[in-house]
Design a protein around this ligand. Structure first.
Ligand code: SAH
Length: 650
C-alpha cells in the first residue's frame, strides 16, 4: 500500500490547523507514521487521532506532535530530551530536525519495539533508554529542549534544572483527564518564563515526580460497590418503573436517547418505552431520529394517519435495514400511530422527523415540487441553482472530489433556502407552521449542507462530522421553534448525543449534537447514554456489505462497559447528573467506551470502536444491558450510506 497520498493529506491538514514551521512540516512529510503502529492498524495511520500501541498507551495524534515540535522551536544543532517514547514517532520527527534526541520510556516492551523500529528506519541520532523519565536524564544534561509527552501534576524541578540557558521545555500539566500544555523557557540560571499553549489530553505521566500507578484492580472493587449502590436495577424493559426516571428528567424540553450500536434490539425497545412515557406523561410533541428527512417524512405520514402503511418507507428508505427498518422501530411507530389516532388533527399529534443530511436527491425533488406548486418562477431559479448538482445526485461524493480538484465549479445551492424564506415572508399566504413549508425549508437546508458536506469530506473527518452534527442540531432547533411548547425526544447514536467535550472527539476538533444542545439549552436537555458488555449485534463488515449477525466481543478491561459488567447487575439505569460527588468523580476518570455503528469489525475493535470518555460529563444518565440481542430486520433490501466516515462511521 502506498501511504504517500495519505501522508500528504495529513500534512495539508496540519497546515490548515495552523502548523506553519516548514521544518516541522517537512519532518512530518518524511517520517513514515504507518511504520510506528501495528500492521493491522496501518490503514488508520494518517487520521488525526491517537492509536493504541500496547500497554494501554497511544501514539500521539499527528496534530499534537506537530504542534509540540513547532512550539519547542528546534534548531539543527539542538540536543533534545523526550520523556515518553511510546512508539518513537515523535522522537523520529524531532530527530529529522535536531542534532540528537534522547528519549526515555517507562514500559520495557514499548522501549524495545521502538528501539528496533528506529534502528531499522536508520535513525542514528536517537538514544533510547528504558526507565522513569520524570527525573530527566542527568548524565546527558543540559538540553536545548525537553518535551514531555505525558501529562503530570507539575513540572519536575529536576527537569527544569537540566535545561540550558535559552532552553525550552514543553509539558502537559494538570489532571489525569486533561491538561494545559505548558511551555517554559529558561532565560537565565534562575529565571524561567512560562506560557500556556492551550488544552490537551495526554496519557498520564507515571513515575517518581508524576502520578502514582493505579492498578485496575484497586479502582475496580470500590467503584463497582458504589455503582451497585446508586444504580436502579430493573428486571425487564416492560417491568421498568419510570417514575423516578421521569422525575429526574424534570422540565427538560429535549431528551436525548442514545445507543451504543445501531443494531441492538434492547436499545430501541428501551428508547421506545421511555419515549412513550415522555409523550403520555410529559407532553412531548415530537420524535427526531438519525435518519434522512424525506425518509422520516414517510414514517410521519403513517403516524399522522395520512398513509395506511409503511411499505414505501420499508422499500425505499436509504438507511441500512438494521438502523431503522427493523421490527423494533415498526413496533414503536405503530404505537405512535395509535396514540395519534385519538387526538385532534394537527393538534397535539406527535410528529416523527429525520435530522440527517444524506438525502440530496430526494430533498432537491421535494424543494422543486413545493415551489412548482406555488411559485413557478422561483422554481426556475431553484432548478438553475440545483442544475450543477444534478449530475452528481447518485454519487455526491464524486462531486466533492471534482470541486476539490478544480475539475468542476462549486455549486451554491444555499441561495434557494434564502429564496424560500423570502417568498414565505412576502407571500399573503401563511406558510409558517405548515408542514409542507417546513418540508421545503428543511430540504433546502439539507441540499445546501449536503453540498458543503461532500466538499469538506476530503479534508478529513472532523469538518464533515461537525457539519453533519451542526445540521442535525439546526434542524432540531427549527423543529422546536416551529410550534410553541414543542418538546423533543431525539434517538441517535451515543457518539452524537453524549457531550463531545467529555470525549476524545474534542481532541480531534469534533463537536456533536449533544454538545451543541447542552451549550444552547443547558439543563433543559437530559441526555441518556446506553451500553452493553456482550451479546450479538446486527452490523456490516464494510460499507455496502450485507447485514450480518455478529458476536459482540466481551468489553475491554479498561472500559466503562467492563466496570458495569463487574457489578453483576444485568439491567440498570444509573443517574449521573444526580449521582453522589464521589461516583461522579470516579466516573470522570477517562476510560474506554465502545461505539458500534453501521459497521462492526471485532478484529480491530480497540482501534476502530473504542474511544476515551469521561462518563460523568458525557451523559446525565446511563442505561445498561449486560447482554444484548440484534434487531429484527424487515427485509433484505438495503442501500448503504457514503463511506466517508469509515470505519468510525456511526
Ligand atoms: N509521543 C509518543 C507517545 C506518547 S504517549 C508517540 O508518538 O508514540 C506517552 C508515553 O509516555 C507512553 O508510552 C507512556 O508509557 C510514557 N510514559 C509515561 N510516564 C512515563 C515516565 N515517567 N517515563 C517515561 N515514559 C513515560
Amino acid at each position: 500500500m502506498n501511504f504517500e497520498p495519505a501522508r500528504e493529506a495529513m500534512v495539508e491538514k496540519l497546515c490548515q490547523r495552523g502548523v506553519s514551521d516548514p521544518a516541522v512540516l517537512a519532518a512530518c512529510r518524511k517520517v513514515p507514521r504507518e511504520k510506528f503502529i501495528d500492521a493491522n492498524l496501518r490503514e488508520f495511520a494518517y487520521g488525526d487521532h491517537p492509536l493504541p500501541i500496547g500497554e494501554d498507551q497511544t501514539i500521539t495524534q499527528p496534530y499534537i506532535v506537530a504542534l509540540m515540535t513547532q512550539a519547542i522551536e528546534l534548531k539543527a544543532d539542538d540536543r533534545v530530551l523526550e520523556v515518553g517514547t511510546g512508539s518513537g514517532y515523535a522522537a523520529a520527527v524531532m530527530a529529522e530536525i535536531a542534532a540528537q534526541v534522547f528519549t526515555i520510556e517507562r514500559y520495557a516492551s514499548l522501549a524495545q519495539v521502538a528501539q528496533q523500529r528506529l534502528k531499522k528506519l536508520g535513525y542514528t541520532n536517537i538514544r533510547l533508554r528504558h526507565g522513569d523519565g520524570t527525573l530527566g536524564w542527568p548524565e546527558e544534561a543540559p538540553f536545548d529542549a525537553i518535551v514531555v509527552a505525558a501529562g503530570g501534576p507539575s513540572v519536575p524541578q529536576e527537569m527544569m534544572q537540566q535545561l540550558k540557558i535559552g532552553g525550552r521545555l514543553l509539558m502537559p500539566v494538570g489532571g489525569v483527564r486533561d491538561q494545559e500544555l505548558i511551555r517554559i523557557e529558561r532565560t537565565d540560571s534562575h529565571t524561567f518564563e512560562q506560557k500556556n499553549l492551550g488544552r490537551v489530553r495526554c496519557v498520564p505521566l507515571v513515575g517518581e515526580r508524576g502520578w502514582a500507578e493505579i492498578t485496575p484492580a484497586d479502582q475496580g472493587a470500590a467503584l463497582t460497590a458504589l455503582i451497585r449502590q446508586e444504580a436502579e436495577e430493573f428486571t425487564s424493559i416492560d417491568q421498568f418503573q419510570p417514575d423516578r426516571w421521569l422525575k429526574r428528567v424534570g422540565d427538560a424540553r429535549v431528551v436525548l436517547l442514545g445507543e451504543a450500536s445501531h443494531g441492538t434490539a434492547e436499545f430501541y425497545r428501551m428508547r421506545a418505552r421511555l419515549t412513550r412515557e415522555l409523550i403520555e406523561r410529559k407532553g412531548f410533541t415530537l420524535v427526531a431520529v438519525e435518519a434522512d428527512w424525506p425518509d422520516a417524512r414517510l414514517v410521519d405520514n403513517y403516524v399522522q394517519g395520512h398513509s395506511s402503511n409503511l411499505t414505501e418507507w420499508a422499500q425505499h428508505s436509504r438507511f441500512p435495514q438494521w438502523m431503522w427498518r427493523n421490527r423494533e422501530v415498526v413496533e414503536f411507530v405503530d404505537w405512535l400511530r395509535q396514540h395519534n389516532q385519538h387526538l385532534q388533527s394537527g393538534n397535539g399529534k406527535v410528529g416523527f422527523y429525520g435530522l440527517d443530511l444524506y438525502s440530496l436527491q430526494a430533498s432537491i425533488s421535494s424543494v422543486l415540487e413545493w415551489l412548482d406548486d406555488r411559485f413557478p418562477e422561483a422554481a426556475q431559479v431553484a432548478r438553475h441553482r440545483y442544475a450543477c448538482l444534478t449530475p452528481w445526485q447518485s454519487d455526491p461524493a464524486a462531486y466533492g472530489h471534482a470541486v476539490l480538484t478544480k475539475a468542476y465549479r462549486k455549486c451554491e445551492p444555499a441561495v434557494v433556502e434564502r429564496l424560500l424564506v423570502q417568498l414565505a415572508q412576502r407571500s399573503t399566504h401563511r406558510f409558517n407552521g405548515k408542514k409542507a413549508y417546513l418540508d421545503a425549508l428543511v430540504n433546502s437546508r439539507v441540499v445546501s449542507n449536503a453540498e458543503h458536506y461532500y466538499r469538506v469530506m476530503y479534508y478529513g473527518s472532523a469538518e464533515s462530522w461537525n457539519l453533519r452534527d451542526q445540521h442535525m442540531f439546526d434542524v432540531l432547533q427549527t423543529l422546536l421553534g416551529d410550534t410553541p411548547g414543542a418538546k423533543a425526544v431525539v434517538w441517535e447514536h451515543n457518539s452524537h448525543l453524549g457531550d463531545a467535550r467529555a470525549t476524545e472527539m474534542s481532541i480531534r476538533g469534533e463537536r456533536n449534537l449533544g454538545q451543541l444542545a447542552r451549550q444552547a439549552w443547558s439543563n433543559k436537555v437530559y441526555s441518556v447514554g446506553f451500553g452493553t458488555h456482550s451479546g450479538k449485534v446486527a452490523a456490516a463488515t464494510r460499507w455496502g456489505g450485507e447485514m450480518e449477525i455478529k458476536t459482540v466481543r466481551p468489553s475491554h478491561e479498561r472500559s466503562f462497559e467492563r466496570l458495569f459488567h463487574e457489578t453483576g447487575m444485568k439491567r440498570f439505569s444509573l443517574p449521573l447528573r444526580q449521582a453522589s460527588t464521589e461516583l461522579r468523580e470516579q466516573l470522570s476518570h477517562p476510560r474506554l467506551q465502545r461505539a458500534i455503528g453501521v459497521i462492526y469489525r471485532p478484529e480491530t475493535e480497540l482501534a476502530s470502536h473504542y474511544f476515551h470518555a469521561d462518563l460523568s460529563r458525557q451523559f446525565d444518565e446511563y442505561i445498561w444491558f449486560d447482554e444484548t440481542t440484534p434487531v429484527g430486520p424487515l427485509s433484505n433490501r438495503h442501500d448503504l450510506g457514503p463511506p466517508e466516515t469509515y470505519p468510525f462511521g456511526l
